[in-house]
Design a protein around this ligand. Structure first.
Ligand code: GAP
Length: 540
């Protein structure tokens, strides 16, 4: 049976993966806290990314599929930056969604996230709108259309559905639209722009001149530091700069657990290369990033790489592919974005250098903003690159693999959730829930148990725990029956359990139990750390 999202949400709360932010005050929509298990899981996601992309990258070796060797380095920039950064980047003017308001229900919707169908009944033709897709959406539309016409479920045959489900953006006139929660037609306003950047003020006086923004992406910190990195290191093109950090977007409709939050973390690489090699690097990074999710356990049939249609491209991009995952909250056949891999050309470096660059390559209509300040004024700094070998100067092209740490964590949580039946101590089959995380991502790598709390077993188990603790995140537990302790570890995804039993006291061996296969084997107690490290790193 496919996993239901509410089962995962309940487990996340029960076992300390995720809590609603400010829950005791009723929560704050779009904000989430990671609990004791969640903080370890997300840290492991970030560390796996940083290690695989940056520190463990061998700059001397050509990776499979890569056009040449390359270097990787990192940065950690501030969340609040000079406001001009966002004007030049295009976010100030172009980073918006369209929203529609429902005058009747006082609710707000993202224009491109409302769908619906035309229907005819009792001489009326109208568009029933919903935010739900798939069979559930159709059921909801039918229910609401019947209710609107004052009909009952048994009269469903009277409804004539006209055409497929379409997005509200295709409906020009809202007068015949029944909004998702409305009882009357025509309650939706015209769509209007809504900038997603959170505003704040720096300094003591909160006026227009002190207005600043919480960054909506980590990427710009990398571009504005491009010259600093070149001058302070000996990196040569091609090379990448990586950054992990918080980003903020005032999303109109945050939803689907952490999938669309207002505060979230990004893991971004800006990869700088010669313009003529950029298409090859774009292909390389699409494949490399896709493989990363597979390596960490996402199922091949739930992942896909999708090229953006030209009208979907962001204002800076000349080509983007999304890595998408079939999250359980999506309708069947639908996928949600995990990561975008974009070919940004020289848009960002050139804009921060020269300014005055129209994002869609059109001449700029507006030079000054509403305060008379030049809107697209660049820094005036030279952000070009000089190739000492070829004696050429050029503005590098950029390939950007941009991942969400929270979305990746959510995908790993969804993928890990399993229910099965296992025999208990008496051989009776009992239901168990397990989180089958890749061992690299699991919050705890192992748990150490004495079989019983007597006969010197706790002392030996504590010795093993103390030996493991400096090397690995491990958990010690001697409370309750051993079967219940196993179940608890299964639910938080601990891949291995080490148990000290009667035989340990005789020959010094302990059992190691595998979470997924339930296989048990014996090793000497002094080998525990090496064995768990070997298993976690996958060097079997
Ligand atoms: N610098 C490019 C950029 O920011 P994006 O597609 O807007 O591109 C990149 O964001 C990734 O950040 C997304 O693929 C997603 O994983 C994550 N992300 C974006 N908005 C998010 C949100 N509201 N909540 C959680 N993650 C988000």
């Amino acid at each position: 049976m496919p996993m239901q999202m509410d089962q995962l949400v309940a487990l996340c709360k029960r076992r300390g993966f995720l809590f609603q932010s400010s829950e005791i005050y009723g929560g704050l929509n779009g904000f989430w806290d990671y609990g004791p298990m969640g903080v370890e899981l997300k840290r492991n996601v970030r560390e796996a990314w940083w290690r695989d992309m940056v520190t463990a990258h061998n700059e001397q070796a050509v990776r499979p599929g890569a056009p040449s060797t390359y270097e990787m380095t990192g940065l950690d920039c501030t969340i609040i930056m000079h406001p001009q950064v966002w004007k030049v980047s295009g976010h100030y003017d172009l980073f918006h969604d369209f929203l529609v308001d429902c005058r009747e229900e006082k609710r707000r919707y993202r224009h491109d996230q409302v769908f619906g169908r035309w229907v005819e009944g009792r001489g009326q033709r109208f568009f029933v709108a919903t935010e739900t897709l798939g069979d559930e959406g159709q059921e909801e539309m039918q229910h609401r259309a019947l209710k609107f016409l004052g009909l009952r479920a048994k009269d469903a045959g009277e409804l004539k559905w006209d055409g497929p489900v379409v997005c509200l953006t295709t409906i020009k006139d809202h007068s015949q639209v029944l909004a998702p929660d409305a009882k009357k037609l025509g309650t939706l306003t015209e769509p209007r722009e809504f900038n997603l950047m959170f505003e704040t003020h720096t300094g003591a006086v909160a006026d227009e001149s002190s207005k600043t923004f919480l960054r909506p992406e980590t990427a710009q910190g990398i571009f504005v530091n491009f010259k600093n990195v070149l001058d302070s290191t000996r990196v040569k093109i091609p090379f990448g700069i990586a950054q992990i950090g918080k980003s903020f977007r005032n999303e109109i409709t945050p939803r689907n657990f952490t999938f669309r939050s207002r505060e979230f973390e990004q893991m971004e690489i800006e990869f700088f290369c010669r313009p003529e090699t950029s298409a090859d690097w774009y292909a390389y990074w699409r494949d490399r990033r896709f493989a990363w999710y597979l390596d960490l356990g996402l199922a091949r049939d739930r992942l896909r790489l999708r090229d953006h249609d030209p009208d979907e491209l962001s204002h800076y991009s000349t080509g983007t592919a999304d890595i998408e995952y079939a999250f359980p909250f999506m309708a069947p056949g639908e996928f949600g974005e995990l990561e975008g891999v974009a070919h940004r050309g020289d848009f960002d470096l050139r804009s921060h250098m020269e300014g005055k660059l129209d994002p869609k390559s059109r001449p700029l209509a507006v030079e000054n903003d509403e305060h008379g300040q030049p809107r697209y004024r660049g820094s005036g700094r030279d952000l070009s690159y000089f190739d000492a070998e070829t004696k050429e100067r050029f503005i590098p092209h950029v390939i950007e693999p941009s991942a969400g740490a929270d979305r990746a964590t959510l995908a790993f949580l969804c993928e890990a959730y399993r229910e099965d039946e296992v025999p208990d101590e008496n051989g009776k089959l009992t239901k168990r829930t397990l989180m089958a995380f890749h061992p690299r991502l699991a919050p705890y790598k192992a748990a150490v148990f004495p079989l019983v709390r007597k006969d010197g077993m706790p002392e030996v188990a504590q010795e093993i725990y103390a030996a493991l603790k400096p090397r690995l995140n491990v958990f010690y537990d001697e409370k309750s029956a051993v079967g219940r302790r196993y179940r608890r570890q299964d639910e938080i995804g601990t891949p291995y359990c080490i148990t000290v039993d009667g035989q340990t006291l005789e020959d010094g061996t302990v059992t190691v139990r595998d979470r997924d296969t339930l296989r048990q084997w014996r090793i000497h107690k002094n080998e525990c750390a090496a064995e768990i490290e070997r298993l976690v790193s996958g060097n079997e």
